[in-house]
Design a protein around this ligand. Sequence first.
Ligand SMILES: [Zn+2]
Length: 303
Amino acid sequence: MAFEVDETGLRIAVFQWLREREAWNNGIFSGRELNEGITVAGRRITLKGQTGIWFPAGWAMPVSITTSNRGLYKLDEIGDDGFFTYAYRGNDPGHRDNVGLRNALRTRTPLVYFKEVEGARYQAIWPVIVLDDMPDRLCVRAAIDPAYGELKAGARFGDIDASPLDVRRYAWGQTRHRLHQNAFREMVVSAYDQRCAICRLNHPELLDAAHIIPDSDERGTPVIPNGLSLCKIHHAAYDKNILGIDPDYRVHIREDILLERDGPMLKHGLQELDGSSLIVPKRVAERPDRERLKVRFGEFRSA
Ligand SMILES: [Zn+2]
């Protein structure tokens, strides 16, 4: 069937596009760019649409499945065995979308899983393989399997050997870690309206979510009040105790740094910020936790 070869090639092109973009967006895509999709060989492919199980125009099988439950604590629906369940559309196992999932299972066709991490921003997880159909529970079971990410010319997905369980588990462990980090970053940076809390820089691609108490510490939970939206320079300066933030949201630059003489970055980017006020989120509940700042500021003082 000609369309199948065609669709397989397009699917591989989608994976390729995701991989290329991933290097600079951490695998996070806006709903808008996914809805707009990509153009391959003159054909536009929408990667996501209004429904969770998405078929680009003319495709026999879905390209993606999407979950829109945000928040860090909704990310753990995937078990340690690397499987996750994905609900059917509605209650009818015979609905075209659900049949599409079953066809993907039968032909071992990999899909992309878009998981919302924050306000219409999605983590792309792929290649995802549907492994079980559970019509009595109105869902399928699926897993990430790196083996399906590449395909040699002329081959079919059905010819690929599934990865062993330990490889799939490892892939899931990596993905979960990434999801947590990205969800924390998205939540924090958006609470600060995509600005650095110290210098106001408004370039999301240069912003990180810094932890006030590091995540290696048990108090260092990934919640907005333990985060600060900081540009790359101020994040590094905060982590290295070149810069401190007191519980009253005031910025302090370490004394030896204040005495240095150097170029404009030192002068304007650090020294002149000594004594300035932190820019905090409008919502009180999202502002940095003063107790945590106090603990961390103590470390800065003794540095
Ligand atoms: Zn900054």
